[in-house]
Design a protein around this ligand. Structure first.
Ligand code: ZN
Length: 262
């Protein structure tokens, strides 16, 4: 049984404003941002009544080889107390507007557990999340534009994550994320997405960190129905099985964790 924890930021839907951002931007920009979040709240609920990750959780719960726990950052200990993290085989992360609210101490624990063998799947706007950027060592920045027609090409059909996925499938709309995407060269690029504006992005990428596997999947904007698309859900399901630990490293003082502490 693969123990999957789906971690969801929940800031926008809960109507919780990341007040700490007030110090990081001009007052007018902050007010605009607050208004934007307010608008998002209703739009998200219309598309995902059970939360953005609710649709992913509902799908994964149909997989008999998985046990799913759904948490969010407003739960105790940012949703990931040690007991849960230490009993997670694959961690799925969806976050958008409050990455910096995740404590560095928790990020270190996540990175260390990946090095020991845990799988980590970063979805969509988690490209800027702390665990993802710490694992990769790059900024995760990319080009951005609002919704457009998107064609997701399966460019590695023999990869385990691509099983059951046709040569391409289409999402309309999906948020445009484009190259240059600041990531280390992936071990495998499984999907490559093309947008009507002509942009491209490596939209399904894999890396290994220590004994753990990392997958990034670009589609999944909170106000678009991407996680109701059967192919997107199948990719996440495949990614969970691919990222499930093969072997736990038990002898470790994690070198990377040491580096983070220095
Ligand atoms: Zn988005």
């Amino acid at each position: 049984m693969i123990r999957v924890t789906v971690w969801y930021e929940y800031t926008q839907e809960a109507g919780i404003f990341p007040e700490h951002l007030k110090d990081q931007m001009p007052a007018e920009e902050f007010e605009n941002f607050k208004n934007f979040l307010n608008t998002c709240k209703d739009k998200i609920k219309a598309v995902y009544p059970e939360g953005v990750t609710g649709a992913v959780v509902n799908h994964l719960q149909t997989c008999e080889d998985m046990k799913i726990t759904h948490v969010n950052q407003y739960m105790d200990q940012c949703g990931l107390p040690d007991e849960l993290l230490n009993n997670t085989d694959v961690l799925i992360w969806w976050a958008h507007v409050s990455h910096d609210m995740v404590p560095d101490e928790l990020v270190k624990k996540i990175v260390e557990r990946v090095h020991r063998g845990m799988g980590f799947i970063a979805l969509h706007s988690a490209h800027k999340s702390k665990p993802f950027t710490e694992l990769l060592g790059t900024s995760g920045t990319l080009k951005w534009r609002e919704g457009d027609f998107c064609r997701v090409w399966n460019i590695h059909p023999t990869h385990p994550i691509a099983q059951g996925i046709p040569e391409y499938f289409e999402l309309e709309p999906e948020e445009m994320y484009g190259e240059p995407f600041d990531i280390p060269t992936p071990e495998d690029t499984v999907f490559l997405s093309w947008f009507r504006g002509g942009e491209l992005i490596r939209s399904g990428c894999t890396w290994t960190r220590g004994y753990g596997k990392v997958f990034y999947f670009q589609p999944g904007h909170e106000t678009y129905p991407t996680y109701h698309n059967g192919y997107a859900l199948r990719i996440i399901e495949n990614a969970v099985r691919w990222a499930a630990p093969v072997l736990w490293r038990t002898d470790m003082t994690c070198p990377n964790t040491k580096a983070l502490e220095d």
